[in-house]
Design a protein around this ligand. Structure first.
Ligand code: 5AD
Ligand code: SF4
Length: 462
């Protein structure tokens, strides 16, 4: 699943405001959680835009506030409740203001959200966004407006998302929805429903529109992209990758998230075949212990995972690899934890997203397993995982010193307006002096220095 990260919190800022009608109902939308939620917010804006809603930068002037939410860990939900509290005073000032919770928390908590949080007027799950305009009307008339029906078909296939990306360079394209993996700790199958793939023609059309609008990079999104399957196998993920890669050699293709059980050699050969398919795979392992993987119901073993890593290293030798880890899952022993540290070293991950286990209501683990690792042990194990990853990232970055990479420029460096940053194919961030280059350009950058998080370099001639 997403790299699907509450940590990659996205606060959506509107662009393209000229697209919105004058005098429109003012919509303020905040997005939390994974990249999929960002893509969904873009669909939501598109749906509401057609009905005369215009996006505003500040919640202070809004008529409708929507929060696209995440349930992946308890702290993701707490963050939303805190945010709601901050909106309380607004309702006193503006009696007609409507506040809606959409996305995963809406799906998980349903009507309870309206009952618990008096200030919530609308609750709309991830498969019900087409009904948003009617639900807003209903809420305006003072009725409860809830739609949390999950669908087996909805992919918002033909809706043209209104892009939130600030730089106009990279965009997300959703290729499937839902998840059938049923990992025992995970809330996603309950919040996003059954797995379904989007019609490839509509995907290609959307990608072509991005190319026509000057976008240079896209990320194909799904909870498990390796399960992409249209029309009983007539288009699989490797085919879709190839179809998008062929559209324009100057368009970079990324994808997220891959699943160890399902990632085929065919996909790896396709990645190797096309220069514009980025050499970066996010392949979450979660734990290095077979006993824990079994309790997590991940469906693969440590040995299987290592086989996939070896396949990547053989077929796509310059590929970088990242992972997700959960520290302190039910009954995790010190030995299990050591297995996690050892698989990290064995693979030499370039990057990882690391979390403490957080029990989610109604999951298999919540119902059948004991969340029995004390919090201080979870914290200590997480700290050890983070420290090891920082070390591995530094080793990986040091290997790049002296190398030259093609970098797609995404923006100005936070520290200096004289410097720009971008990513190489391996998804590493590189900072360098501007010279004559600008956002959206491809430049060749030679790496001179690094930290565990960033590479520093200079533009060189090809
Ligand atoms: N507790 C902690 N981390 C979780 N993740 C998913 N569910 C949980 C949970 N209950 C992590 C996994 C997943 C990433 C997106 O979030 O590592 O890959
Ligand atoms: Fe994304 Fe929903 Fe999972 Fe959060 S719970 S990471 S929003 S799919």
């Amino acid at each position: 699943m997403v790299n699907i990260l509450a940590e990659r919190l996205a606060n959506s800022k509107p662009i393209n405001k000229d697209k919105f009608k004058k005098g429109a109902t003012k919509l303020y939308l905040e997005t939390y959680g994974c990249q999929m939620n960002v893509a969904d917010s873009e669909v939501v804006i598109s749906i509401l835009n057609k009905e005369g809603f215009g996006l505003v930068d500040s919640y202070k002037s809004a008529d409708l506030i929507l929060i696209n939410t995440c349930s992946i860990r308890d702290n993701a939900e707490q963050r939303i409740f805190n945010r709601l509290n901050e909106f309380k005073h607004l309702k006193k000032q503006n009696k007609s203001l409507l506040i809606g919770i959409i996305g995963c928390m809406a799906e998980r908590l349903k009507e309870k959200l309206i009952e618990k949080e008096k200030l919530v007027d609308l609750v709309v799950g991830p498969d019900a966004y087409r009904s948003l305009p009617q639900l807003v009307q209903k809420a305006e008339s003072g009725q409860k407006a809830v739609n949390v029906l999950l669908s087996r078909e909805e992919t918002y296939a033909e809706i043209s998302p209104v892009r939130l990306s600030k730089n106009g360079v990279s965009a997300f394209v959703s290729i499937m929805r839902g998840c059938d993996n049923m990992c025992s700790y995970c809330v996603v199958p309950y919040t996003r429903g059954r797995e379904r793939s989007r019609n490839p023609q509509t995907i290609i059309k959307e990608v072509q529109e991005l190319i026509d609008n000057g976008y240079k990079e896209l990320t194909l999104l799904g909870q498990n992209v390796d399960k992409y399957n249209w029309n009983n196998g007539s288009v699989k993920f490797a085919d879709l990758l190839e179809m998008t890669a062929k559209l324009d050699p100057n368009l970079r293709i990324r994808f997220s998230t891959s699943y160890p059980q399902d990632m085929t050699d065919e996909v790896l050969y396709t990645i190797a075949k096309y220069d514009n398919i980025c050499k970066y795979i996010h392949l979450p392992v979660q734990s290095g212990s077979n006993a824990v993987l079994k309790r997590m119901k991940r469906g693969y073993t440590r040995e299987w995972y290592m086989d996939r890593i070896n396949a990547i290293k053989t077929i796509v030798p310059d590929c970088s690899i990242s992972s997700d880890f959960i520290a302190g899952f039910c009954s995790e022993t010190e030995e299990d934890h050591k297995d996690t540290l050892s698989i990290m070293k064995l693979v030499g991950f370039d990057y990882s997203y690391m979390f403490k286990y957080s029990e989610r209501p109604d999951t298999y683990a919540a119902k059948r397993l004991d969340d029995n690792v004390p919090d201080e042990v979870k914290s200590r194990r997480l700290k050890e995982i983070i420290e090891l990853q920082n070390y591995l990232s530094l080793v990986s970055n040091k290997r790049d010193i002296g190398k030259t990479f093609e970098v797609l420029i995404e923006g100005e460096s936070k520290k200096s307006s004289e410097r720009l940053f971008g990513r190489n194919s391996q998804n590493k961030v590189i900072v360098f002096d501007k010279k004559d280059s600008k956002i959206g350009d491809y430049v060749m950058v030679k790496v001179n220095e690094c930290s565990s998080a960033t590479l520093l370099g200079e533009i060189v001639d090809n």
